[in-house]
Design a binder for this molecule. Structure first.
Ligand SMILES: *Cc1c(COP(=O)(O)O)cnc(C)c1O
Length: 371
């Protein structure tokens, strides 16, 4: 007999909160024994991947015996040309999530602080905790807009990073250009802003900024983008960061050589050239948002106007029950409790048919509850 294993993980791991992803379609199909399941839980592109990316991926398959390009050079150059940046200002990563971890590994020491408006994406806190840094949460305003003064007054000598998600997941609200400038001008120059623009392609407000103009202007800001949302490539994991050459070169030091697989590089490069797919996806999303808003108004539900491809909806004290009943009917949405929003769900915008299916099921559940 071998003795009980006594190998311990790092102490800090006891503080890590597990990420709770949206349930996959197959799992719900299997559990409930139903065929038609609609997933509106992970803000994926309901149109599927860019067809140009699919073609490029298929053509590339015979070359999978080769290691990927460690610098993702072709994708890097294509992005630089499209975004009007130098290639050295970009770092391609294994999804936007990897960029968040790399930023934490590059800039955070144990005992440092990061400032995170809340509710928001959980990965910033993940990265900080991993490095032994602590997360200072600053509540958004009641309408989920950003409270710049509150963010600024949460900055201490220990603050290294301020994370701004715009449009924000899960609220769909955004930080306007003037406010971002105000924040950047007021922050101490040793504080880096991580500007998460994962949903940038869906944002249409006049005063929205994708943050890149501030990168070009030389501010201490790193902009995150991903191929998982509008480009429909969540399954192959690719995203990137854009910042000054000085910041990016520091992040390169912690990057694994082959962090981005070859298919991801090829698919992403084809996807950014596929304007038609991006336009179509954006239009579908804008129409879908209106379709869902209309239904929520008919049902008397409060929702937050969204600049992204999901909507935060208030269902009240029965939210969890409604969320579970939707699941039983084959509609997967995301329950808000993980964001401290137990009366809310976040619903991704699907195709017209998927939205209609959700509306029908939600309407049925609410009507029964009302009796
Ligand atoms: C989806 C998402 C990302 C990045 O996702 P990846 O799939 O890792 O590229 C980053 N930030 C937010 C807020 C997101 O919702």
């Amino acid at each position: 007999m071998i003795d009980e294993i006594q190998v311990q993980g790092r102490k800090i791991l006891q503080q890590m909160k597990p990420y709770s992803p949206g349930k996959p379609i197959w799992e719900v199909q299997q559990e409930l024994g139903i065929d038609y399941v609609v997933k509106l839980a992970s803000n994926e592109n309901p149109l599927g991947p860019s067809p140009k990316a699919l073609e490029a991926l298929a053509a590339f398959l015979p070359e999978l015996n080769r290691y990927p390009d460690a610098g993702a050079k072709l994708l890097n150059q294509a992005l630089a040309a499209q975004l009007n940046l130098q290639p050295q200002q970009l770092i391609v990563t294994n999804g936007g999530d990897e960029l968040i971890t790399l930023v934490a590994e590059t800039f955070l020491e144990a005992g440092d602080e990061i400032v995170v408006p809340s509710p928001t994406f959980s990965e910033y806190e993940f990265g900080a905790t991993l490095m032994g840094a602590s997360t200072v949460s600053v509540p958004l305003n009641d309408d989920y807009s950003y409270d710049i003064s509150a963010i600024l007054s949460s900055v201490t000598e220990r603050t290294k990073l301020v994370c701004i998600c715009s449009p924000n997941n899960p609220t769909g609200t955004y930080l306007g250009k003037e406010d971002l400038k105000r924040l950047l001008d007021a922050l101490p120059k040793r504080v880096l802003v991580l500007f998460d623009a994962a949903y940038t392609h869906f944002a249409s407000a006049e005063d929205y900024t994708d943050g890149l103009e501030f990168v070009r202007a030389g501010y201490p800001i790193i902009v995150l983008q991903t191929f998982s949302k509008i480009y429909g490539l969540a399954g192959i994991r690719v995203g990137f960061g854009a910042a000054s050459v000085e910041l990016v070169s520091q992040i390169y030091k912690v990057k694994e050589p082959f962090n981005v697989n070859a298919l991801a590089q090829v698919g992403a490069a084809a996807a950014i050239a596929d304007k038609e797919h991006v336009d179509k996806s954006r239009k579908l999303n804008a129409a879908g948002r209106e379709q869902l808003y209309g239904a929520f108004r008919r049902f008397g539900l409060r929702y937050t106007e969204s600049m992204a491809n999901f909507i935060l909806v208030e269902l009240g004290p029965d939210a969890q029950t409604i969320y579970e009943r939707l699941m039983q009917e084959g509609v997967i949405v995301r329950y808000g409790v993980g964001w401290g929003l137990p009366g809310h769900v976040r619903i991704s915008v699907g195709t017209q048919e998927e939205n209609a299916f959700l509306i029908e099921k939600l309407g049925g559940i609410l009507a029964k509850d009302g009796q």
